[in-house]
Design a protein around this ligand. Structure first.
Ligand code: BT5
Length: 321
């Protein structure tokens, strides 16, 4: 009900919506509407009310609210089915559980904080309460498992484009899964998948974006490489608006991938790369070696040139500049 009332207030925008209209549309009593408006106000929503004219939303707190995210996204699928946790172990774990129970394509799990936020290869993800976007989206692409890595790049491209749009910053992609602002990591992505012999059943795309942390909010050992949007721009951003923008970008790019193939994603990542042209240290299963990142292949693999001048493709692995 809270969600439905918020949605009506958001749709009314700058206009008032009468209590009567809310009652009619939602089939509830005046008293019930009043109770929810009161609860929303207690949670920091500023709602004007005038007899006969009705209610109007003036300002919102920076809570993770499904109605705000859905409204900001304006999407068909991505970020429409939403679960929000105040605290959970890891949104990836919650999303995997939901996916196994049949969550639809685009289902989104968010948390104010995570007690066991995860990076790749068993590493952790620092999840300062209320200061970041910790979210995982369920994707159900109709293709085979070996094509799944493109979805990590697609998500990185969606975050990069959303940050450029909302925060007006340059946000290049460090292949394959980091988004960088002014040389430091503002976002990391962790993809996990379930597939059978033929097809992907689901991919859970975990996205962590640092929004409002100060440098002292990061543990000392990552202060030289981590940053937040607040640190880099000096500005605060509504996390729901940002989550909505990421969902919108994700949907556009996902639809394009399904209809026209990988070209646009790879092209975006090529044009917004923090890796190409750099000397990189590749950390692969076979060991560590230095090379120069020269291009992205047509299907998104990184092309590197080693010290002997030989070129090769890297499918996955880690790159440190
Ligand atoms: C990643 O791993 O970058 C993937 C991070 C994915 C996080 C999201 S949050 C929502 C969802 N739920 C989860 O449990 N995870 C996903 P990797 O490339 O392995 O980078 C991890 C490394 O980044 C750590 O070892 C630290 O050095 C550093 N790090 C940890 N927390 C960070 C933060 N908040 N910002 C920047 N760097 C961080």
């Amino acid at each position: 009900m809270r969600d439905a009332i918020l949605t009506l207030l958001l749709e009314a925008g700058e206009k008032d919506i009468s209590g009567e209209k809310i009652c009619e549309q939602l089939g509830v009593t005046r008293a019930a509407v009043w109770k929810h408006i009161k609860a929303l106000r207690e949670d920091g929503f500023e709602i004007a009310s005038a007899t006969r004219r009705g209610y109007r939303l003036l300002s919102m707190p920076d809570h993770l609210e499904p109605a705000l995210i859905r409204h900001a996204a304006g999407t068909r699928e991505m970020g429409q089915a939403i679960q929000v946790y105040d605290s959970c172990d890891s949104t990836n774990l919650r999303a995997k559980e939901w996916a196994a129970q049949g969550a639809p394509n685009g289902a989104l799990v968010l948390a104010e904080t995570q007690t066991a936020g995860r990076g790749r290869l068993g590493r952790g993800w620092n999840s300062a309460k209320g200061q970041g976007l910790f979210m995982s989206v369920v994707l159900r692409p109709p293709f085979e498992a070996q094509r799944a890595p493109i979805l990590t790049m697609l998500s990185a491209a969606a975050v990069s484009a959303a940050l450029e749009e909302v925060c007006k910053v340059q946000a290049p992609i460090k292949w394959p899964n980091d988004v960088i602002v002014n040389g430091k990591k503002v976002c990391g992505i962790l993809a996990e998948m379930s597939a059978d012999m033929d097809n992907v059943q689901w991919v859970v795309m975990g996205i962590g974006i640092n929004v409002a942390q100060g440098i002292e909010d990061f543990p000392e050992e990552i202060r030289d490489k981590a940053t937040s949007l607040l640190i880099e721009t000096g500005r605060s951003f509504q996390r729901c608006a940002l989550a909505g923008a990421v969902m919108r970008q994700l949907e556009q790019r996902y639809d394009q991938l399904m209809t026209a193939g990988v070209g646009a994603v790879v092209d975006y990542c090529r044009r917004h790369s923090a890796t190409l042209g750099q000397e990189v240290l590749l950390v692969t299963r076979e060991g560590k070696y230095k090379a120069r990142a020269v291009d992205l292949a047509e299907d998104g693999e990184l092309i590197v040139e080693n010290e002997q001048g030989q070129r090769e493709k890297v499918v996955s692995g880690e790159v440190s500049v």
